[in-house]
Design a protein around this ligand. Structure first.
Ligand code: CA
Length: 229
């Protein structure tokens, strides 16, 4: 099976070179360009499996590139990891809400980069819809979607409907960061209104009830929440 094709869009030569070097060493096919315009062209021509996308680019910025990729039915399945500098959390949030799969903050260690790339490539596109009813078990926590039931260390705990929905949403995709808005959006579908601020309140309540399993829900500062990978 041929190794995945990864496209790097980054205007800083040193960083682009560093990423390329490390990915090629892992056996990936790598293309790299310094601008978003060129990146989109390669996406259209060659449809890479993964796009590593810097947000601060001259000309078209990374968020615009991400939006274009996600809005194009031909390119929609390309996975996207955005690259940001420290302190750009609002852009990370926007990027995730535009459909980026993950993000990496600069400076990063090559080992972390490779781990993220592998994790994102491993996640099948749309996999979360196929296992809606699957029982999830992690370190003493058991989620039974069919019964809407959660147990910690064998003891069933009493969650509200919204708490259950949030926990299940996060746990279905370990390692994925969900922004507050994405959580609200996912839960709201069932006519249970929650505001993005009330997500924090829900999480506090949820962690309290989860007791020993509480640390499975991680806070990603300035961005949102995720279920530990
Ligand atoms: Ca840049």
């Amino acid at each position: 099976m041929p190794k995945d094709h990864i496209l790097i869009v980054e205007d800083e030569d040193d960083i682009r070179g560093l990423i390329k070097y490390n990915l090629e060493r892992e056996g990936y096919t790598v293309s790299d360009v310094p601008t978003g315009e060129e990146g989109l062209r390669i996406c259209a021509d060659r449809q890479p499996d993964l796009l590593i996308l810097d947000l601060m680019l001259p000309g078209m910025d990374g968020l615009e590139v991400c939006k274009s990729v996600r809005n194009d039915p031909e390119l929609r399945n390309i996975r996207v990891i955005i690259l940001t500098a420290k302190g750009e959390e609002p852009d990370i949030v926007t990027g995730l809400e535009l459909g980026a799969d993950d993000y990496i903050t600069k400076p990063f260690r090559p080992r972390v980069l490779i781990a993220r790339v592998k994790a994102v490539l491993r996640r099948g596109v749309g996999e979360e819809t196929s296992n809606e009813e699957a029982i999830i078990e992690r370190e003493g926590l058991k989620i039974h979607p069919g019964r809407h039931e959660v147990a910690v260390d064998g003891e069933v705990i009493d969650l509200t409907y919204t708490e259950f929905k949030i926990l299940h949403l996060l746990a279905k995709r370990p390692g994925w960061v969900f922004t507050r808005y994405q959580i609200v959006d996912a839960v709201r579908g069932e006519d249970h209104p929650v505001s993005d601020r009330s997500v924090d309140v829900q999480i506090v309540g949820l962690r309290k009830k989860l007791k020993s399993a509480a640390d499975l829900i991680e806070t990603v500062r300035g961005v949102g929440y995720r279920f530990r990978e």
